[in-house]
Ligand binder design. Structure first.
Ligand code: TXA
Ligand code: MG
Length: 311
């Protein structure tokens, strides 16, 4: 990815307005939450979301947390009811992320949910995060603002040390008070999916005992079946065999193309949509070779899972 100049914004009215404008233009903005600094992009814009993965250098498309200003906004994207709703009412805004079924007409990029039928939603309490989310008035996908495999950032300086040149702006509002990522809860029965800034005991006082990861819970990114289309998939195909549909990459004849110009960010943005469209054609899918660099590693990881033998 070409290096860009990373601007530092102040959390005053002008800085917040600029952060919101940048998000609306598809740019990446790092902003503070009470847990850690997030690397934010418009969660409805697949190219912006692909750029998040690219900036972090993530080798996998893990589903991302979508940030909204309040429970009413969250309801536009997920069906929130039962114990999940009780937790939302009790702990939002705060360091708790809730996983719930996607709502009809949610409009989120399939790259945010990694093709799952649920979404992780968070209402941060930090005033600067609240301000950005209210002025932007849309869902913001934001993993922690650090390169993949590195320590999560709790100051703007940490963000710049890891991501200067890869993010359009950092909103600097000082250190994050919690310093630990949000706790993630979801599923039926309700389970603790990631320990974090809100204690399990506090959650259990509201909804009773949570199921915990006795290794019965697998991170969604690791579950091959979540990404498997119905159709058989053949990788590294240079042409379709009779009966197959071809998912192309770069200038070539194909049924659908991830990126005619061979742009890996554009390819990532199209990946889940194109797989869904081709799967609906009920024919085996052949996929052109994708270079194994940059976002190509995450694309190939996902394609390998999709092509793996079904159990
Ligand atoms: O404190 C935080 O939560 C920070 C700040 C920036 O808000 N954000 C953060 O986001 O840690 P992220 O995207 O790195 O967290 C993603 C986690 C992953 O572990 C993923 O497995 C889980 O959320 N997740 C996302 N969507 C999910 C889903 N539909 N089902 C289960 N887990 C999900
Ligand atoms: Mg992280």
């Amino acid at each position: 990815m070409t290096e860009i100049e990373t601007r530092v914004l102040r959390p005053d009215a002008a800085g917040i307005a600029e952060a919101a404008r940048l998000l609306g233009a598809g740019a990446l903005v790092s902003f503070p939450t009470e847990t850690v600094y997030g690397l934010g992009g418009d969660a409805r814009d697949s190219v912006a979301v692909a750029r998040i993965f690219d900036a972090k250098g993530r080798p996998h498309f893990n589903p991302l947390i979508v940030h909204v200003p309040d429970l009413d906004a969250a309801r536009r994207f997920a069906d929130i009811s039962g114990p999940v709703e009780a937790l939302a009412k009790h702990f939002w805004p705060g360091p708790l992320t809730l996983v719930a079924p996607l709502a009809e007409g949610h409009g989120l990029s399939p790259l945010v949910t990694a093709g799952l039928d649920t979404v992780a939603l968070r209402v941060p309490a930090h005033p600067a995060a609240q301000d950005v989310l209210r002025v932007f008035d849309g869902p913001v996908a934001a993993p922690s603002a650090n390169p993949s495999g590195r320590i999560s950032p709790t100051t703007a300086a940490h963000v710049l040390a890891g991501l200067a040149g890869k993010v359009d702006a950092v909103l600097d509002a000082g250190p994050c008070p919690v310093g630990l990522e949000s706790t993630i809860v979801g599923g039926t029965p309700l389970a603790l999916l990631r320990p974090g800034g809100l204690a399990q005991e506090d959650i259990e006082r509201v909804v009773g005992p949570l199921k915990t990861a006795g290794d019965t819970i697998t991170a969604p990114g690791q579950l091959a079946s979540h990404y498997a289309p119905n159709a058989a998939i053949r990788l590294n195909a240079n042409a379709a065999h009779p009966g197959e549909v071809l998912l192309g990459f770069g200038p070539m004849q194909s049924d659908l193309n991830l990126s005619v110009t061979g742009d890996l960010i554009e390819a990532a943005a199209h990946l889940f949509d194109h797989l869904h469209t081709l799967d609906a054609m009920d024919r085996p899918i052949a996929v052109a070779p994708i270079p194994n660099c940059g976002l190509g590693r995450a694309i190939n990881d996902r394609l390998r899972r999709a092509a793996a033998p079904r159990t």
